[in-house]
Structure formats: C-alpha cells, structure tokens
Design a protein around this ligand. Structure first.
Ligand SMILES: Nc1ncnc2c1ncn2[C@@H]1O[C@H](COP(=O)(O)OP(=O)(O)OP(=O)(O)O)[C@@H](O)[C@H]1O
Ligand SMILES: [Mg+2]
Length: 468
C-alpha cells in the first residue's frame, strides 16, 4: 500500500518547483518517510529565505541604479541593507585618483553623533585598508575596543569607537580590477559580523562598485556644473557692475559738467559785469569740478582694470616711516580747511616691499574717509606698526562709526552708506572697494573695528614681502 504522505510530498515538491514556497507538509519524523517530509519542509523554508534575500538584493540594485548622485545612492541603500547585514552606521570612502589617500565621502548613523565625517582623509600606504585592497577580501573586527588597544595609532578606529561602534565589517569596492573605495558597516554590538555577511556583501559588491564609480562621475560632473554656474553669476555681477558704472558716471559727471558749462558761458559773455575776484573764483570752480571728474574717472578706470585682472603692481622697497610721514603731512594740509587735525601718532622704523603709488592710494583713501565722515574740528590718528611679519596701518577717527548693517557693503562698489560727508565732499562709493582690491593684490588684509557712535579704526595689514 502506498503511503499517502508520499503523494503530498510529490505535490509539495511540484509547488516548490513552481516557486510556491509556503507549502503545507505533514511532518511526523517517526519513520523514514516522515523524516523525508521534515527535510522537505526545511528545504522549503530555506528556499523561501533565499527568495526574500534575492528580492531584497534586486531591490537594492534597482534603487542604486535609480540614483544619480553618489550621496543619493548611499542614502537610498542605507535602509535597504538592514535586513541583510546588521549595522548602526555605514561609512563610505573613496580612494583618490593617484591611489594615495582614502577620503571619507559619506556616513550615516543611528547614533546621535558622527565623529568621522566627510572630508576625513588618511594615506592608504601602510594602513590596514591597504591589506584589504591587496587581498580583495572584506575584513571583520568583532571587538573594536580591543583592536584600538592593540593599535592605538588608528585614528579612524578611535573616531568610530567614540561614536559608540563596537564591531565592524570593512568591504573593498573594486571596479575593473581597480580599488575605488570602501564600505564600512559598523555596529554598536561587539561580535555583530560573521562570514554570512561577507558572503552577502560579495553578492552585491560588483554591482555596487560599478554604480559607485558611476555615481562618483556624476558627482564630479555636478561639481563642474556648479563651477560653471558660479562663473555665470560672476559674469552677471560684472555686467551689473558695468551698468551701474554707466548710470553712475552719467549721474556724477553730469552735475559738474553742467556747472562748468554754465560758468564757461558766463565767462564768454563779455557784456556780463564781473570783477577780477569773481572771474578768478569762477575759474577756481572749474578747476575744482574738473578735479572731481578726473578723480572719478581715475577711480572708474581702476575698478575696470581690477575687474579685468589687469592691475599690475610695481614693487619697490620703501622706508615706511618716511613714506607714512609724507602722506600724513599732505592729508593734514588738506584737512585744515575743515579744521580737522591728522597726526601720525606712532610709526615704527623699517622697510616694506610694496607698490608706492597703490600704497599711497590705500592710505589716502582711508585718511580722507576719516576726515570726510568725521565732524569738522575732530582728530584723526594714524598708527604704523610692525606686526606679525608685516606692517599694520591703522586710521582712527571720531566720526559716526560703522553700523552693523553697513558693514557688509562697506568694501563693495558704490557702497555709499549711512554716514554722509560732513563738509560737502563728493562721495562716489568707490574708494574702499578699490582699496580692498589693492590690499588683496599685495597679499594683505583690510578691516574696520568700530563701535557705532564712537568712531572707527580702519586698518590694513600688508606682508613685509609680497606674495610671489
Ligand atoms: N571713516 C568712516 N566712518 C564712517 N563711515 C565711513 C568711513 N569711511 C567710509 N564710510 C562709509 O562707507 C562708504 C563707502 O566709502 P568709500 O570710501 O568706498 O566711498 P566714498 O567715500 O563714499 O566715495 P569715494 O569713492 O570718493 O571714496 C561711505 O559712503 C561712508 O558711508
Ligand atoms: Mg572714500
């Protein structure tokens, strides 16, 4: 008599063949036929488990393929791996083109703090990662604390232990035979990894490596795109600057030109009764207005020269004290009409390599601003000191100071701000923008210290030797 269980087993095996794994198999391992049923049942479970695993791997591959940027790809796979490999953190690093260094590109963790972040890099040579590359085999460390005790020089291990990680699985990513990077799985539990996880990783490693490489390329493209974008914005800014030049030149040149025109027609009209003093005063006016126009045109030319990258510095060695005295003397003379005193409070002895014309322009701008924006009759102090391998020029005034809102626009073109000239002087809003560029061309720094209402100290620091 045939055992009816055999018929059930044949039916179950047929189901399994068709890919239906949740089959009912009567299990009573009391005899050989029963034990056969048990084995069949175990086979069905294993097949079902593998099916689920394959499905998950397929899903990961599909997600990886859908991502474009490397970071998106990794964000996508972060959750997906979880049912296959245990972890509380995944890190991902790339090997640079020369193969010399490994740089952390991406990391995600369930833990509150991440210490080993993007940008962390270390040489590959001599590191334990190099061995992983050479063998091509993933490495398991199931007790990171003990590992760190044995290898206290391993900075990256120290960082992930500080994040709370206790075991790790490090997997090489290899494209066309070349190592491109690593994937680090780590867990807050010691002993989290076994060969099973290595096998699982190997099954998707090839796919992952290729995709990572592709993602890497796309990231590169994206950063090039960003550079082009930045260049475009720069061009747009230059175009706007050019337009404001035109508007500004039209406005600031028109007024003096029309007053010169008016004066000239008065002078030409011989029937107009004019005393000798009146005639001289009108001619003086023309001279003053033309000086303004020439100054403005010079400034505009400087700006466009700087913007076109055509500012050429002619360096020479200057005796700083003599140079500063000359400039302060001239500015002090100009300030007398306003009753303002300009004094050289301190000057150190020594030399500086700089472009004298441009340095004069820098100091003239700062001192004339101090005079222009301070109340008549106040004092402007100039200090010139040796500082940190260079020279610091500071101009302190008793004017209104710089408000926090004005600060950001202070050194930009046409930044005419809340402080207005106190003696009817012209204000083009170009001086500090030009000054900043000249200082930067010398490899120096410019800034202002100020408490609003209590004056300002504009300072420039120049290196004793210009950059080569
Ligand atoms: N010492 C200062 N104290 C207070 N405000 C100042 C001082 N120096 C400059 N500013 C403010 O910064 C603005 C920009 O100064 P900047 O020297 O660039 O242009 P400007 O003096 O207006 O014109 P110019 O092109 O003739 O120098 C000024 O309009 C003024 O509002
Ligand atoms: Mg100025």
């Amino acid at each position: 008599m045939t055992d009816e269980r055999i018929a059930r087993y044949i039916e179950a095996a047929e189901h399994l063949r068709q890919g239906i794994y949740d089959v009912e198999i009567p299990v009573a391992p009391t005899d050989d036929v029963g034990r056969l049923g048990e084995a069949l049942q175990a086979l069905a479970h294993e097949l079902d488990r593998r099916r689920a695993e394959l499905q998950k791997l397929d899903q990961i591959t599909a997600r990886i393929n859908a991502g474009l940027l490397l970071d998106d790809i990794l964000d996508n796979v972060y959750e997906d791996f979880r049912s296959l490999i245990p972890y509380n953190r995944i890190g991902f690093s790339l090997i640079d083109e020369t193969g010399g260094t490994v740089t952390a590109r991406w990391a995600r963790s369930d833990q509150p703090e991440i210490h080993l972040t993007r940008g962390y890099s270390a040489p590959l040579a001599g590191s334990s990662l190099q061995q992983i590359i050479e063998t091509g085999e993933p490495r398991i460390i199931n007790d990171l604390v003990a590992y760190l005790q044995a290898k206290p020089q391993s900075e990256s291990t120290r960082l992930i232990v500080a994040e709370g990680m206790r075991s790790s699985l490090t997997c090489p990513l290899i494209v066309n035979g070349y190592p491109v990077g690593f994937m680090f799985f780590s867990s807050i539990h010691a002993g989290a990894y076994s060969e099973v996880h290595v096998d699982i990783f190997k099954r998707i490693a090839r796919q992952l490596s290729v995709i990572v490489d592709k993602g890497y390329l796309v990231s590169e493209l994206a950063s090039r795109q960003a550079a082009i974008e930045a260049k475009n914005q720069e061009l747009q800014r230059l175009n706007e600057l050019k337009n404001s030049f035109l508007g500004m030149a039209a406005h600031d040149l028109r007024n003096p030109l029309s007053s010169i025109q008016l004066i000239a027609s008065v002078l030409r009209d011989r029937t107009f009764p004019l005393s000798e003093e009146e005639r001289t005063s009108l001619l003086d006016d023309i001279v003053k207005q033309t000086q303004h126009m020439v100054a403005l045109l010079d400034d505009l030319l400087d700006v466009s020269r700087i913007e076109a990258g055509k500012l050429e510095l002619r360096y020479s060695t200057l005796n700083v004290a003599d140079f500063a005295r000359q400039i302060v003397e001239r500015q002090a003379q100009l300030a007398t009409s306003k009753g303002t005193v300009v004094t050289l409070r301190r000057v150190d002895e020594g030399t500086l390599v700089a472009d004298p014309t441009r340095l004069r322009q820098i100091l003239d701008n700062l001192i004339s601003n101090a005079v222009k924006y301070s109340p008549p009759g106040s004092t402007v102090w100039v200090d010139v000191c040796v500082e940190r391998g260079g020279w610091r020029f500071a101009v302190q005034d008793q004017g209104p100071g710089i408000t926090p809102e004005d600060r950001d626009r202070l050194f930009t073109e046409f930044g005419r701000l809340s402080a207005r000239p106190t003696g009817g002087e012209k204000s083009f809003g170009l001086g500090l923008a030009i000054t900043r560029r000249m200082v930067e061309a010398h490899g120096g720094l410019i800034d202002v210290d100020s408490t609003p209402g209590q004056g300002a100290t504009f300072w420039v620091w120049l290196p004793a030797q210009p950059p080569t």
